[in-house]
Design a protein around this ligand. Sequence first.
Ligand code: F6R
Length: 244
Amino acid sequence: VWADAREGSKHVAQTIALSIRQRQQEGEHIVLGLATGSSPIQVYQELVRMHKEEGLSFKNVITFNLDEYYPMKPDAQQSYVRFMREYLFDHIDIKKENIHIPDGTLPIEQVEEYCRQYDKKIEILGGIDIQLLGIGRTGHIGFNEPGSWDTSDTRLVRLDALTRRDALKDFPSEEDVPYRAMTMGIRSILKAKAIHLLAWGQHKAEVVKRAVEDEITPSIPSSFLQKHPNTRFHVDTGAAECLT
Ligand code: F6R
């Protein structure tokens, strides 16, 4: 439990930077799993600061984003491609070919095979070393909505009504919020070697408690993280309010 999001985000950014530098010294790459949304923004800001002020290089970093709306054009205001460019990729020295974000422009008949290849690529590169997550009020991680099991891989999913309502702030009207998304599965996420979930604010308190302290259930997909041997929930005092 951190005093505030800023303090927690700084800590997580430092953890990531340390791992990047260690791998650099070994001449190895590192694979990061990344999230969008409001929760990781301050982590990205801190990483950008470290790049600009402390010479942190991302040349050995390979990234896989968790999800993307479907359908979604990369240059659309709400696309996760645009989000990642705005908050991270345009400000660091990562190689373009090392960035992976699910492609929201694919014809529907290609999506299944594309998702299979997404998981395969991660595996071939040695798996995700550090996975960043946010948590939705439905208990989702990525876009694994209630009903998602820990046997789920990267796939096309339907968004929960509450998730679509929460997304409305980014879209001109309700009809513009996509009904579907591509997301890494719970199984894909649980394969990561280390997981850092970020939750800031009182509006996340109830779902954090359910994910961390209640039973493991597909009704709260984030509860499957209880089975993972190296997961940390970083919360501020607001998001920690319901924890016993
Ligand atoms: C985004 C993602 C989602 C968000 C979650 C919380 O890539 O995977 O699971 O992390 O919806 O969103 P914020 O951080 O905006 O509260």
